[in-house]
Design a protein around this ligand. Structure first.
Ligand SMILES: *Cc1c(COP(=O)(O)O)cnc(C)c1O
Length: 361
């Protein structure tokens, strides 16, 4: 069986061990005589998976009883709307730092509702960095301050936790959730579509302070209220059971590897290898991100011209390196090197990049 090194941004590569484990128990899950796709979400074996995944996520993040884990469908994109619907008003708007496509999309939903403000933006630098602390202009009366922790498309990442002056801190961590130890306690609400770093598409993990989500506006429809998910243990309606089952396995895999400290060690090593190739290429490869904002998850770079970029993608694929084409808004290449990307995969890409540079410069 031939498997490629998968550098796609999402859905993305998953740990081989996890896929094999799921395959092995696919037809007969937990001696039920059914696959996990077929069992009731009210059945005991499913409940075990669901609650264990929640507990493991909190444990990895070092969060306690004051936080709750929710499983919600609709992607991170629905969170862009649910957040202002649940928390922002005209008097207390949501405040947004714009650092790329997804944070801009998040702001757009608040804008539609007339409850958004912009605290900072790096748009006129083509989002080559995240805003600095000094640039953040957060209104005192803001309901929350929202950031996108890792900008999947532009390849930039926050390497500091913003100080908000008491305004609740919210973050889209879709593409770097559980990739490194982080001061999660400083955040009031974190969400992540799992298809980047934590599982297959179909579910968003929301980790929020209980005090924030225990009561939602009475005027909101049931499925748009956080308290619906909180009060019913994310089982008000049928959850995406298979996605949650897979997330549970990935989270267990992270724990078995040594937790977030070990993930960070592996991820920074992988990122350093690729950034070193870029920096040592005499300008053949040009990184999109400013050095201080470089992402450990998505490495973005351009080549001297578009013909070479096309050639790079084609030859990469011949070398078993799949998914390296960048997003159209940045152009060039993007190597997504989430938790499950192996060091071997990154070293193969680095060798390929060095050879390609030698042959074409
Ligand atoms: C992919 C991505 C999204 C969009 O996620 P969907 O689940 O497709 O809605 C939002 N934010 C970030 C940071 C992403 O990487």
């Amino acid at each position: 069986m031939k498997r490629v090194y998968n550098f796609n941004p999402g859905p993305a590569t998953l740990p081989l061990e996890v896929l094999q484990e799921a395959q092995a128990e696919f037809l007969n899950f937990d001696n039920s005589g059914m696959s996990v796709l077929e069992i009731s979400h009210r059945a005991k074996p499913y409940e075990k998976i669901h609650n264990q995944a929640k507990a493991d996520i909190l444990e990895l993040m070092g969060l306690g009883e004051d936080y709750e884990v929710l499983f919600i469908q609709g992607g991170a994109s629905l969170q862009f709307a649910m957040i202002p619907l649940n928390f922002a008003t005209k008097e207390n708007p949501g405040s947004y730092a714009l650092s790329g496509t997804f944070s801009s999309n998040a702001y757009k939903e608040a804008e539609i509702l007339g409850v958004g403000e912009i605290a900072a933006s790096t748009k006129n630098e083509n989002f080559c960095r995240v805003p600095t602390q000094a640039e953040l202009k957060i209104s005192k009366n803001a309901a929350y301050f929202h950031i996108c922790n890792n900008n999947t498309i532009y390849g930039t990442e926050y390497h500091y936790v913003p100080e908000t002056g008491g305004v609740p801190l919210f973050a889209d961590m879709s593409s770097d959730m559980l990739s490194r130890p982080w001061d999660f306690k400083k955040f009031d609400l974190i969400y992540a579509g799992v298809q980047k770093n934590l599982g297959p598409a179909g579910v968003v993990i929301v980790v929020a302070k209980k005090s924030l989500i225990e009561k939602s506006l009475e005027t909101l429809p049931t499925m748009l209220r956080y308290d619906t998910f909180y009060k019913k243990n994310s089982l008000y309606n049928t959850p995406p059971a298979f996605s949650i089952y897979m997330v549970g396995k990935v989270v267990k895999w992270i724990k078995n590897c040594g937790g977030l400290a070990e993930m960070a060690k592996r991820n920074s090593k992988k990122a350093e290898i690729l950034y070193a190739v870029i920096d040592d290429s005499n300008g053949f490869y040009r990184g999109h991100a400013e050095k201080g904002s470089r992402s450990f998850m998505n490495v973005t770079f351009r080549l001297p011209n578009e013909d070479l970029e096309k050639k790079f993608v084609a030859q990469a694929l011949e070398n078993n390196l799949s998914g390296v084409k960048g997003h159209r808004s940045v152009g060039g290449m993007r190597a997504s090197i989430y938790n499950a990307m192996t060091l071997e995969g990154v070293e193969t890409l680095a060798d390929f990049m060095k050879n390609f540079c030698r042959q074409n410069s």
